[in-house]
Design a protein. Structure first.
Length: 396
């Protein structure tokens, strides 16, 4: 089914099921795209909103300052609703890494204090803290893991033996293991350790409630599961912890500012999340991200997660176990939108990935494993086609 430009918004507003979403993603008619953990194309509704803004900015007078203010407030409202936060606790960022750097640079620590992270974390989680070793003399320790899976006992031992002040962790590791954030937070509270969470591989598709979990800090980005332009994201600081994070940027957007008194210089930081923001935010990025969050809220994150798990379960059921091994944890509390698997002759995995791409099927190769990450635009036929082509590869 194709949708005319004039009918896209009407279709979006009346959308009532995940199955109907596929019509908002034309590329889904051409390819089997199973790499949402890498990046996602945009929906037709996001494209419509972006086109509308660009057209207006090209043909009409648009006050960019007002557009930024309006979209920033709307994005904070939508992002807060998505993770059950207060809008005033949301920080608009340029990426997950930006958010993590706000925390790494700003959390009030002393030379010699220790931070911890897994030895299999995505580099964007690690580098901000490695940088603090040079800038502030912090120390870092790594928690042992296997294929991204950490044991709670190893986390507790690392924190207790090293007097760790900050633990930074992905809610979902890039190989798909979903950490037990509730239990990890209990450990952190026991030893007075702050928890910084990276939500790039979970936001929008794995239910996560910052108030329920009582997390300290959270950062996420747009280009993966959020199906939005790159260069935009958001972060969250629990209000009780705001005084523990010093703003390390300063501009007109981060301070209490009177537009009628430009030269009345007072460095008085805002009382909300904007204290940590850069000036002149990414307006196009905000428009795209708002569109995607509205879609997730309309469908319900729990429903989206169940849809993705249903597709992954189908793959697990249909894959040829004589040739392939599932490497992801299938324990319910550790499931995510990502699944990794491998040919029993793992040296064939790279060739398999290239073969699938020639067939119009896009999967990722990460740390030697094949990785699939379906989304709302995928269906059972996509999974069955993947399984068929894997079987064809084995027959060669």
């Amino acid at each position: 089914m194709s949708i005319s430009d004039c009918a896209i918004n009407e279709y979006f507003m009346k959308l009532s099921s995940i199955e109907e979403c596929r019509n908002l993603f034309p590329f889904a008619q051409k390819y089997v795209y199973l790499d949402s953990a890498h990046y996602c194309p945009y929906s037709l509704e996001s494209k419509r909103r972006l086109d509308e803004f660009i057209y207006n900015f090209t043909h009409n007078h648009v006050n960019l300052s007002l557009a930024n203010f309006h979209n920033s407030r709307l994005l904070k409202d939508k992002a807060a609703e998505l993770i059950n936060a207060d809008p005033d606790d949301i920080i608009i960022t340029s990426s997950t890494t930006h958010g993590l750097n706000i925390f790494a640079n700003g959390i009030r620590l002393n030379a010699g204090d220790t931070v911890a992270y897994a030895d299999s974390e995505f580099p964007a989680v690690v580098y901000p803290w490695m940088n603090q070793e040079k800038l502030r003399g912090l120390k870092s320790v790594m928690i042992p893991s296997e294929n991204g899976k950490m044991k709670l006992a190893d986390i507790e031992m690392t924190i207790s033996e090293n007097n760790v002040k900050v633990l930074t962790i992905s809610i979902v590791e890039f190989l798909g293991f979903k950490n037990d954030i509730g239990s990890i937070l209990d450990i952190c509270r026991k030893y007075g350790c702050l928890l910084v969470t990276d939500g790039i591989q979970s936001t929008g598709i794995v239910p996560f409630d910052v108030k329920l979990y009582d997390v300290d800090y959270f950062a996420t980005g747009s280009q993966k599961w959020m199906m939005s332009p790159s260069g935009i994201g958001f972060a969250y600081i629990a209000r009780r912890n705001r005084d523990k994070v010093a703003p390390t940027y300063a501009g007109t957007s981060s301070v209490k500012y009177d537009f009628k008194k430009f030269l009345d210089y007072k460095l008085d930081f805002s009382d909300d999340g904007s204290a940590y923001e850069n000036s002149t935010l990414n307006c196009l990025g905000m428009i795209g991200l708002i569109s995607s969050i509205e879609l997730f809220l309309k469908l319900g994150v729990e429903n989206i997660f169940n849809h993705i798990l249903k597709l992954l379960d189908l793959f697990v059921e249909k894959i040829d176990e004589s040739k392939f091994m599932i490497e992801s944890s299938l324990e319910k509390k550790h499931r995510s939108g990502i699944l990794i698997f491998s040919h029993k002759e793992s040296s064939k995995n790279e060739a398999i990935q290239k073969y699938l791409e020639q067939c119009g099927i896009y999967v990722a190769l990460r740390e030697g494993f094949l990785r699939i990450s379906p989304h709302i635009f995928n269906n059972e036929q996509d999974i069955l086609k993947l399984v068929d082509e894997l079987n064809h590869f084995n027959e060669q």
